[in-house]
Design a protein around this ligand. Structure first.
Ligand code: EPZ
Length: 418
């Protein structure tokens, strides 16, 4: 099991290029199931979750080929099984995103329930209720979802709770349904909008993606297309947070600053100078200690829950007291005990973590428990005095491409121990 060895205390300086968004490429890969013709995906990140999804599509009979320039070509004309097995789904919950496309294209799907997750129960009831409302017959037992529908019917859907992959599953299902579907209280994340762009390039008729009301007029079939995945706003924000916590100056390139506004405002509250360009963001925190600030996670365009753990790490060495409130997931504080082992002063009260900033963390052996918690521990190790070893690094490889190389490019002393 790989580990990362980090010598902390060096302010990060330099520029790093940001990869395509994990949470966009995953639904876009699922959308390839919706057309007989190939889908060409550009700016695809090299991530463990992408490899898992390629394996999942391959297990159904699809052909996925890697291009030399971060492109993937997916041909689903050979799909002969509408089945997503537990041994793949349990490694990646986002596999649930094949449910809507399989049902819409083939009229059937057998997908393993995702099962538990470190950060919360993460049910998929809203996905299933929506598909049932569109006419699918859904049966859940023995750990599998079995769904059938001759042809889904467009209808009015009002989601009880904002769900990103729920919105994406239902939007894909509606694209081939008979009639028009409206999704009220839809997720507004940029990744939802990016998926809609891909579907529209394939011939889908969608209005309002990126707002809380999405209208989809079903068509009979979709064509092949080429889609460029949007930049990963969470990866970009993570490197900016690393500059903030180490007192450095970092520019992230090939990004969409308009998708990062809540994070950029928050970094300003922590005392960073923020410079915005057309496709880059640069923050300068040299010779400065972060100021304490409060973070309250919310659905987009609020502060992203996927950046909560990273800002918790920044708060551990900020001047003053920060309160970090996690409103989306019920168990997304598992990085906190590890940060406390590095000398952080944090008290958890329900969904809020109260953090008294300390002058310096001390390096220590720590263990990653989930994707963003591992990012948080790397940031803490980079800021700490002395040596840290982050164990179970397979978590970070799910969502951050070439993580140690990118940090090395910023001057970090970090290496992978296999
Ligand atoms: C997506 O997960 C992201 N994953 C997550 O990123 C992200 O943290 C999350 O959205 C919130 O922004 C992908 O896009 C692949 P939700 P998702 O459905 O869709 C509850 C990362 O680190 N809910 O928006 O699974 C749920 O329990 C990952 O990159 C139901 O109750 O999240 C949660 O409390 C982690 N019933 C809330 O809604 C449902 O049917 C939001 O979940 C669905 C969700």
């Amino acid at each position: 099991m790989d580990r990362l060895l980090i010598q902390g205390g060096t302010p990060l300086c330099g520029e790093v290029s940001i990869s395509g968004a994990k949470n966009s490429v995953l639904p876009v890969l699922a959308a390839s199931l919706m057309s007989e013709e190939p889908l060409l995906i550009q700016n695809a990140p090299h991530l463990q979750d992408v490899a898992s999804t390629m394996r999942l599509l391959g297990s159904m009979g699809a052909t996925v080929t890697l291009g030399e320039d971060n492109s993937l070509r997916v041909d689903t004309s050979g799909v002969n099984r509408c089945y997503a097995s537990y041994d793949i789904v349990r490694t990646m919950r986002a596999s649930i995103l094949v449910l809507g496309p399989l049902l819409a294209r083939y009229g059937q799907a057998e997908v393993s329930l995702p099962g538990g997750c470190a950060i919360g129960t993460r049910p998929i009831d809203l996905h299933l209720h929506g598909l049932a409302a569109m006419g699918a017959a859904i049966d859940v037992n023995n750990g599998y979802i079995r769904a059938r529908a001759k042809r889904l019917k467009g209808t009015l859907l009002a989601l009880d709770q904002i769900t990103v992959t729920g919105t994406e599953n239902l939007m894909m299902a509606a694209a081939l349904a008979d009639g028009t579907t409206v999704i009220e209280n839809a997720a507004r994340e940029p990744e939802v909008e990016d998926l809609a762009c891909c579907l529209m390039a394939m011939g889908a008729r969608i209005r309002g993606a990126g707002t809380s009301r999405i209208e989809i007029e079903g068509v009979r079939e979709l064509q092949g297309a080429t889609h460029q995945v949007l930049p990963d706003r969470i990866e970009a924000s993570t490197y900016l947070a690393a500059a903030c916590v180490t007192g450095g100056k970092v520019r992230v390139g090939q990004v969409r600053p308009d998708t990062m506004e809540a994070v950029l405002v928050k970094l300003g509250e922590y005392g960073a100078s923020v410079e915005l360009g057309e496709d880059y963001v640069e923050i300068d925190m040299r010779d400065r200690r972060p100021r304490a600030a409060d973070v309250y996670t919310a659905a987009y365009p609020g502060f992203p829950t996927d950046m909560q753990a990273q800002m918790t790490a920044v708060s551990t060495v900020a001047e003053g007291t920060s309160t970090i409130t996690e409103t989306i997931f019920e168990n997304r504080f598992m990085h906190i005990q590890e940060l406390v082992r590095m000398g952080a002063n944090i008290e958890v009260h329900g969904s809020a973590a109260v953090i008294q900033g300390v002058e310096k963390l001390s390096g220590a052996p720590v263990m990653a428990t989930d994707l963003r918690a591992s990012a948080s521990l790397i940031l803490a190790g980079l800021a700490a005095e002395g040596e840290s070893v982050v164990d179970r690094v397979y978590h970070i490889d799910r969502g951050y491409e070439c993580v140690e190389e990118k940090f090395q490019r910023l001057g970090a002393s970090i290496q992978r121990l296999s």
